[in-house]
Design a protein around this ligand. Sequence first.
Ligand code: PLP
Length: 362
Amino acid sequence: MRIPLSAPDIVESDIESVVEVLRTPRISLGPKLEEFEAAFARYVDVPHAVALSSGTAGLHLGLLALGIGEGDEVILPSFTFIAAANAVLHARATPVFVDVEARSLNLDPEKVERAVTPRTRAILAVHTFGVPAEMAPLLAIAQKHGLRVIEDACEAIGAEYRGQRVGGLGDLGVFAFYPNKPITTGEGGMVTTRDTRVAGAIRALRNQGRRPDDGWLDHSLLGYNFRISEMNCALGLAQMRRIDEILALRAAAAARYAEELRGIANVTLPLDSIENGKLSWFVYVVRVANRDAIARALIERGIGCGKYFAPLHRQPLFAPYSNRGDDFSVTERASEQTLALPFFTRIAAHQIAEVCRSFHDS
Ligand SMILES: Cc1ncc(COP(=O)(O)O)c(C=O)c1O
């Protein structure tokens, strides 16, 4: 694509940080892992951060560390990326999909409350497209029914809700560092938590079930290899040093899009602010009635775009779980209209202008 949908922001100092690791004998389970985790915990303002091989691995181990398993129900939005729902299945629990709110495209708390049953164990709140989920009512529902709250903050690094960065509001938060994310490690993820026991369990589970005092061939738990290498961590650490600048550049790109698109008939711009917090620009997703025609026109011109998201309750894999006669009208409508436009940290003004011209011409 001439203008890609996303692109990582890698600068010379990032490259040097990775190469530096390669000149040392420690390329896994070394000092960069510890430094990256410490920097991330400070940023989210929680005592513990545990880095792993992906955000999906973080969701999976997060569920296991909270003791969620067979027979347990986990409430999550249908309008999201598949990783969260897959993690629920990997934990042998049952996903219960719920509709989202039209404005934020995040979980609708009223519908969440209606979905709670005696088997519900957790709410998996996704901060979709960098917009913080409405956490106060979700946390209140959780408290009332004795549920755990997992924040899927994979799309929302740096977003805030009532003065707290996301990832520090629930029992645990999960972040992802795939190259389309504001901060990348190539592949990687992070779990943040205030709970020392949960952090310890995730550390053991990511490393073949070894507890801190276990030797290399001692395995106290059924674990996984969800470790992340020192090179990935060095890249993450170097990127974290620039996070304020990266998020500011992305906010400026979003403002530019809004300027260019304002006034175009039938295009609804994404939410650009919330009353009780701050969003973080991960993607730039508009809603447009003739979405498929516009997507075709963009692709013909070499401009990347994405139809985020297809409803999860419609995926064949989730047919047996789908819903309890719930109403997914907002999810289904949004899924037909949402279009992610090229969006990355150093997208140029002329690239944004070119993307927007396609809307005028279509
Ligand atoms: C909402 C959400 N959850 C989870 C993930 C999974 O992260 P990863 O790709 O690192 O496994 C992603 C990332 O793509 C995501 O957008």
